[in-house]
Design a protein around this ligand. Structure first.
Ligand code: CTP
Length: 399
């Protein structure tokens, strides 16, 4: 859940600041990119060095570095974050946030941020109970912030009661649950095909193509990051997915067809980005073919068009997205494939576009929807292209 999430961890002056080290470690272990902001008081409880080492990022303590004059841009930091967690959040910082004060970097970042903010208060029981703290908490909740409730136990004062910062493990679980709840495709079943297929000629040779699988893997990762349960059916490739998903390895077009048919009924969204062979040898030689004759020809037969087959099976609740790779009359061919194969969207790659195509890390696509409207995109990394494709698909997903 926390993989690749950009997190600002604000740490206030409280003895619970020592737990921030464990929290940073857990967040980083879960794959988050963590930037820590310490208030001046927090730096009395835990050193920037500890948190910088654990977060693998510089720790921010003030608006600018006194020696170099380098300025920490609070607006940029606030916009960078996917979410902010302040743990421990002291009574003083909570009061400032409730009142809109920003006399240090942390409160300024909070005021500039547009992302979700989670607060894990830590203070003595009487401070936590105090009416002004209660009012501040109510105000902060009214502003849309979420409170990670403190626990009850022995406090630094020696007193027993509520006010102990939630344990780092519980804070991580809280964050994961919130992220999960906000995922637009949580639990949706998605099937993606990727890579080439290899059609065997004999035990050592095959007919293949230059597809690397990069685009399909990027799409599968993007869907998984949105909470989908992804099945990735892939031809031979060196690619690895970055998110957990079910992977089915196949070699030939016939194997890919069987794998797709096995999963299609359950899939609410299917994206067919594999470069499936259109032809396969009529016969596969049992033994290696010897170079005995001057000329050699191979008889080929058409493979079954997997996408068109799924298009015929598709129900009203399913979305089917295909690709078209063209070298001429690109848009006309893409639109006719969309109609012929009964698709909801088609993603057109033109090999005439610079930076598009096999083995590249970039791609340039045009999408047609089933009203045959054209949506054009700039050349981008395949990861960003995958985001664009998923966003277009998301527009079609019924809640
Ligand atoms: N496709 C498929 N099964 C095949 C061939 C293609 O499922 N046997 C799918 C691809 O995964 C892609 C789409 O069909 O999503 C378009 O593939 P493309 O090679 O561009 O076009 P074809 O339909 O095969 O037509 P042509 O080769 O004549 O352009």
């Amino acid at each position: 859940m926390l993989k690749d999430k950009k997190v600002i961890l604000g740490v206030c002056g409280s003895i619970a600041a020592y737990k921030a080290a464990i929290l940073v470690r857990l967040l980083v272990k879960a794959g988050a990119n963590v930037k820590v902001i310490l208030t001046a008081d927090a730096a009395n409880f835990i050193t920037p060095l500890t948190l910088a080492t654990l977060s693998k990022n510089p720790v921010y303590t003030q608006y600018f570095e006194e020696e170099t004059g380098v300025w920490s841009n609070h607006v940029e930091l606030g916009l960078w974050a996917d979410f902010i967690v302040i743990a421990p959040a002291s009574a003083n910082t909570l009061a400032k946030m409730a009142g809109g004060l920003c006399d240090n970097l942390l409160t300024a970042v909070y005021l500039s941020a547009k992302c979700p903010v989670y607060l894990a208060p830590a203070m003595d029981l009487d401070m936590w109970k105090h009416e002004s703290t209660r009012n501040n908490i109510d105000q902060l909740i009214a502003y849309g912030n979420q409170i990670i409730q403190p626990g009850t136990g022995e406090l630094a004062s020696g007193l027993y009661g509520a006010g102990r910062m939630a344990e780092p493990e519980d804070i991580v679980t809280f964050l994961e649950d919130r992220i999960k709840a906000s995922l637009p495709l949580l639990g949706k079943k998605v099937m993606v095909t990727a890579g080439p297929t290899y059609e065997a000629i004999d035990p050592v040779r095959f007919i293949g193509n230059h597809s690397s699988g990069k685009m399909g893997f990027a799409i599968a990762d993007q869907f998984a990051s949105l909470g989908a349960e992804v099945t990735l059916i892939t031809g031979p490739t060196a690619e690895q997915s970055r998110y957990p998903m079910r992977r089915v390895d196949v070699v030939s077009a016939a194997e890919m067809l069987q794998a797709c048919l096995a999963d299609f009924t359950a899939a609410e969204i299917t994206v067919m980005s594999a470069a499936v062979a259109d032809y396969t040898p009529v016969l596969k030689a049992e033994q290696k073919i010897k170079k005995s004759t001057e000329e050699f020809s191979l008889e080929l037969k058409k493979t079954q068009d997997i996408l068109a087959t799924l298009g015929q099976l598709k129900t009203a609740s399913q979305l089917l997205i295909g690709f078209a790779l063209e070298t001429q009359d690109e848009e006309e061919y893409a639109k006719s494939k969309l109609v012929k194969k009964n698709l909801d969207l088609i993603v057109l790659n033109s090999l005439n576009d610079k930076g598009a195509g096999f083995k590249m890390d970039t791609n340039k696509i045009t999408i047609f929807n089933n009203a045959l409207e054209k949506i054009e995109f700039e050349i981008k990394s395949k990861t960003d292209v995958a985001v664009d494709i998923c966003n277009e698909i998301l527009k079609l997903v019924k809640p």
